[in-house]
Design a protein around this ligand. Structure first.
Ligand SMILES: C[S@@+](CC[C@H](N)C(=O)[O-])C[C@H]1O[C@@H](n2cnc3c(N)ncnc32)[C@H](O)[C@@H]1O
Length: 258
């Protein structure tokens, strides 16, 4: 807890709004996407997706992975509690929708489906996108799949342990325009997935890492990612770290308040 407070104060001290941003690429992203105040019709669909889960008091047996939970003590969990504690917030889901809508990525990978709250934002952000979403817990993924069926949204749901799925994946055949990293928030796993997925980048690719300040470990991972020679622009929004590989951009790290 102390770590997060300290990190947040540090973030507030260094962060800016659009005024300190001289890169046209980042200025445009911040003003036209991050700070876009339009009430999109899709926000109502996101709300509907969330409310259906928040009203669902049924319990499921979950398989726990990764860095573990700071909230749940048992593996029998109520669906509404998973939605409340493990899912993306309303504000972030709307931002993820806007980012997807802004960049229009054709091929998307999500690492960590949970109940599909973020997946629904990705899908609504670009309904034409081909989305692959990975989740290790069969029962959790099944709830997300049912939600997608009921709301006629589209994504390919894969149930697998992340590294088992990613290692044999034939990256020569795939590129991803957007990857949302939201599972196993540990330094080693984050850096492993980073390296494993590098062959899938294009010049336009955007990667979004969740919880970059969650722990000292994750902050170290974020620092390593920023320093990687293939990475040019990064944007730290405190909750998320956005990573770009655009060769025409000089290497520059932004800290932006949203
Ligand atoms: C934070 S939740 C994802 C939340 C989701 N993206 C959202 O915003 O609604 C992370 C999910 O990743 C899954 N997970 C964590 N580590 C994993 C691993 N190593 N392999 C497979 N699944 C894993 C967990 O079961 C959990 O459902």
């Amino acid at each position: 807890m102390f770590h997060i407070v300290k990190s947040y104060l540090n973030f507030l001290w260094h962060s800016k709004n659009e005024h300190g941003v001289h890169s046209p690429f980042v200025f445009s992203l911040v003003t036209k996407c991050f700070y876009d105040k339009k009430e999109y019709a899709e926000y109502a669909l996101l709300k509907n997706y969330r409310n259906t889960l928040l009203q669902n008091k049924n319990t499921i047996e979950v398989t726990d992975f990764g860095a573990g939970s700071r909230v749940f003590k048992s593996n029998t969990r109520a669906i509404n509690q998973i939605a409340k504690n493990a899912g993306i917030s309303k504000k972030r889901a709307e931002l993820l929708f806007r980012i997807t809508n802004y960049f229009k990525p054709e091929n998307i990978l999500e690492i960590g489906t949970s109940l599909g709250l973020a997946t629904s934002a990705l899908s609504l952000g670009n309904p034409k996108a081909k989305i692959i979403t990975l989740e290790g817990c069969q029962n959790t993924s099944a709830i997300a799949q049912k939600q997608f069926e009921n709301l006629t949204l589209k994504a390919e749901f894969i149930v697998a342990e992340f590294s088992t799925y990613l290692k044999p994946f034939d990256f020569r055949l795939s590129t991803f325009d957007l990857i949302y990293f939201d599972g196993n928030h540990s330094k080693q796993a984050t850096l492993d997935y980073f390296e494993l997925l590098l062959p899938t980048i294009t010049n336009e690719t955007v990667w979004i890492f969740d919880d970059i300040h969650w722990s000292k470990d994750m902050e170290e991972a974020w620092k390593t990612i920023k320093n990687h020679p293939k990475v040019t622009v990064t944007i730290d929004t405190f909750q998320w770290g956005l990573v770009f590989f655009r060769k025409e951009q000089p290497k520059e790290h932004f800290v932006i308040r949203i």
